[in-house]
Design a protein around this ligand. Structure first.
Ligand code: PGA
Length: 268
């Protein structure tokens, strides 16, 4: 079976509404002038996604809705599992739906390691997102010390199983995206080698097969994230079990993001 390619830009705490508008307007123009990706997008072989800050979601939505031929979609970087209430600073999945988001990143390493979010949160966030028809991208990955202690498989297994254990196989097959993001590779310029990234993504796919079934495992897109750039994107995306990339730094400039798109479509 062939899974589609997903190239997702995680903007983190960058780009307010004005910069979001400038970036997406420019990107839209550039993609229009790059026909090789039109067919891929129309045939749903390629998805281009952006994850702006909460305050920039309305800008992304406006640009998408006023442009009949937008080549991209957007989502949010996090959500809370309750619909509303006394949770200062939080945004619910219900609010994200109202804001037009179709995707949400869950359990990004910065949420886990900078803001101390434990594994138990992820299942609740995923449930809340699914209830609003928002597709969660569940991030898993080991820290540098876990990597050095050869704990990678145990860590990603614990993170994946605890986040997905209450969902049935059909739901996971239809509505979940996974991103393997080794923490030591995020924003460091160090990337996992093609074969190491493939090995962990294959481990995750086999884990899905063991916990659900082979059809589910073959349906779930598994992305790689961690210092993806134009020079390494093609090799990573050529791996059997890597279906796309979650891109931080290199998604902030139109040129480098487009160069990744072109490299992945075999045009460098
Ligand atoms: P990076 O970030 O591409 O800047 O390493 C990836 C991510 O955090 O999703």
């Amino acid at each position: 079976m062939s899974r589609n390619l997903i190239l997702a830009g995680n903007w983190k705490m960058n780009k307010g509404p004005a910069e979001t508008k400038a970036f997406l307007t420019d990107l839209q123009k550039e993609l229009k002038m790059y026909p090789p990706c039109h067919k891929e997008i129309q045939e749903e072989q390629l998805k281009i996604l952006f994850f702006p800050a909460f305050v920039s979601l309305a800008t992304a939505r406006e640009l998408k809705e006023t442009n009949p031929q937008s080549f991209w979609d957007f989502g949010a970087q996090n959500c809370h599992w309750e619909e509303s209430g006394a949770f200062t600073g939080e945004v619910s999945a219900e609010m994200l739906r109202q804001a037009g988001a179709h995707y949400v990143i869950i359990g990004h390493s910065e949420r886990r390691h900078v803001f101390g979010e434990p594994d138990e949160y992820m299942q609740k966030k995923i449930k809340a997102a699914l209830e609003q028809d928002i597709t969660p991208i569940l991030c898993v990955g080991e820290t540098l010390s876990e990597h050095e202690e050869k704990q990678t498989f145990q860590v990603v297994e614990r993170q994946l199983v605890s986040a997905l254990k209450t969902f049935d196989a059909d739901r996971v097959a239809r509505d979940i995206i996974i991103a393997y993001e080794p923490v030591w590779a995020i924003g460091t310029g160090k990337t996992a080698s093609d074969s190491d990234a493939q090995e962990v993504c294959k481990y995750l796919r086999d884990l899905l097969a063991r916990n659900f079934n082979r059809n589910t495992a073959d349906s779930v897109p598994i992305l790689y994230g961690g210092s993806v750039k134009p020079a390494n994107a093609r090799g990573l995306m050529a791996q059997t079990d890597i279906d796309g990339a979650l891109i931080g730094g290199a998604s902030l400039k139109t040129d480098s993001f487009l160069d990744i798109v072109k490299a992945c479509l075999g045009d460098s």
